[in-house]
Design a protein around this ligand. Structure first.
Ligand code: CTP
Length: 404
């Protein structure tokens, strides 16, 4: 199950060297559940064989003026009407110019003209072609069309060996942009803070106390909130994950650092999603030198860390807060207690003793506990769980919370 399940995405491939990177994009979109119909220009098909795309998408590829699907009707009208999204990657200077001029001289440009869905354009060309005033005039014109969004170009080494803007954005970035295009925008204008991952409490210069949190649930929440239009700040403990797209990320290590970072951002946010597994205890006096082993045991004097969520609940006008409870038995009961004790809008509870839920895995099985009761979600990917949590929470936000 992917977030793009059942969506029809027309992947337009025009004639830039980056066409080979569109193969990876086709694979990512298909893996996320989309039906991908590749439409290539003649120049695109000279650079990468249509058969490669056909193998990756499981669908015949249209080239030039088309013909394969046209047999059943008028391909550009059918595709333009049925597509949920058109993604042109790479979009060459030539294809951008044609789209800006409203031309319809091949199946890709005529499908775009006959469409009403969102269109993502991923420009790729030599730097001087990109910076040319004529290209820039076309880009400005395209920016005026609300449903057309330009992603990139990135800066870097170009196929021609030159450096500068003109590189097609990474396939993973374009995939995330496609997901965002097809998401509801119910968090537009909201500021959201998400915490993720474990904290590390230092015992001495080489040792620390931590936990098994991978950060995956928090990162999925941050990415999902950004897709839904929020301005998102992610405050993350140490994880092995890539930073989510379109999210400002700050790295912290200890519970005290996380408390300070959240304190700075929470006053300005509408929603705080506290998915981090914050340590409840930290050594009272971390050793300045490495602790040497002795013959007996080792005693450490621990003190409680500040409970970040509970402390925020005592402030005036706190943001809407969601807590997370990792339990090893009776998750709903334990979550209900936390909901009331910390004055939360929702607690997301899971039983981490189950093999497919909780630490490190890509799936989760959770209960959403609110003052109105609890809702058990089936086993889902963490991306899907994140979207469901946000669907519920978006409805709980006050209609127009004044920005502070
Ligand atoms: N939390 C926090 N500050 C802490 C510790 C936890 O804000 N110092 C948050 C977590 O991010 C999470 C929720 O509180 O959202 C978890 O609640 P908590 O009562 O700390 O649960 P656990 O520590 O997991 O469980 P237990 O009650 O068994 O200690």
């Amino acid at each position: 199950m992917g977030l793009l399940d059942g969506k029809l995405i027309v992947l337009g491939v025009s004639g830039g060297i980056a066409a080979y990177r569109a193969c990876e994009l086709a694979r990512l979109l298909g893996k996320d559940g989309a039906r991908v119909q590749v439409v290539m220009t003649e120049a695109g098909a000279e650079l990468v064989g249509p058969l490669s795309f056909q193998a990756l998408t499981g669908r015949p590829v249209e080239v030039g003026r088309g013909g394969v699907t046209a047999a059943a009707g008028m391909a550009h009208i059918d595709l333009g009407r049925d597509a949920d999204l058109i993604l042109v990657a790479p979009a060459t200077a030539n294809t951008l110019a044609k789209i800006a001029a409203g031309m319809a001289d091949n199946l890709l440009t005529s499908t775009i003209l006959a469409s009403t869905c969102p269109i993502l354009l991923a420009p790729a060309m030599n730097t001087r072609m990109w910076q040319n005033r004529l290209t820039q005039a076309n880009v400005s014109l395209l920016a005026q069309v609300e449903r057309m969004v330009m992603v990139g170009p990135a800066e870097g080494e170009l196929a021609c060996g030159e450096q500068g803007p003109g590189r097609m954005e990474e396939p993973t970035v374009l995939w995330q942009a496609a997901r965002a295009c097809l998401s509801p925008k119910d968090l537009a204008g909201r500021r959201v803070v998400v915490t993720a991952g474990p904290t590390r409490e230092r015992l001495d210069p080489v040792r620390f106390l931590s936990n098994r949190s991978s950060g995956k649930m928090g990162y999925a929440l941050a990415a999902a909130a950004a897709r839904r239009g929020a301005d998102v700040k992610l405050i993350s403990g140490p994880t092995a994950l890539d930073f989510p797209w379109a999210v400002r990320t700050e790295l912290v290590e200890s519970a005290a650092q996380m408390a300070r970072a959240v304190g700075r951002d929470a006053a300005k946010c509408d929603l705080l999603l506290m998915a981090a597994a914050v340590a409840d205890y930290t050594p009272r006096k971390p050793a300045k030198q490495k602790i040497k082993k002795g013959d007996g045991g080792l005693g450490v004097d621990w003190k409680r860390t500040q409970d970040i969520l509970a402390a925020l609940g005592r402030k005036k006008n706190p943001a809407l807060r969601v807590g997370f409870a990792a339990e090893t038995g009776h998750p709903v009961e334990a979550a209900g207690k936390k909901l009331r004790a910390k004055k939360l809008a929702m607690v997301v509870a899971n039983d981490v003793s189950l093999p497919d839920a909780g630490f490190g895995v890509d799936t989760n099985r959770v209960h959403l506990v609110t003052k109105d009761g609890s809702e058990e979600l089936p086993l889902l990917s963490k991306d899907e769980v994140a979207d469901l949590i946000l669907s519920r929470v978006a409805k709980m936000l006050p209609a127009r919370r004044a920005r502070r």
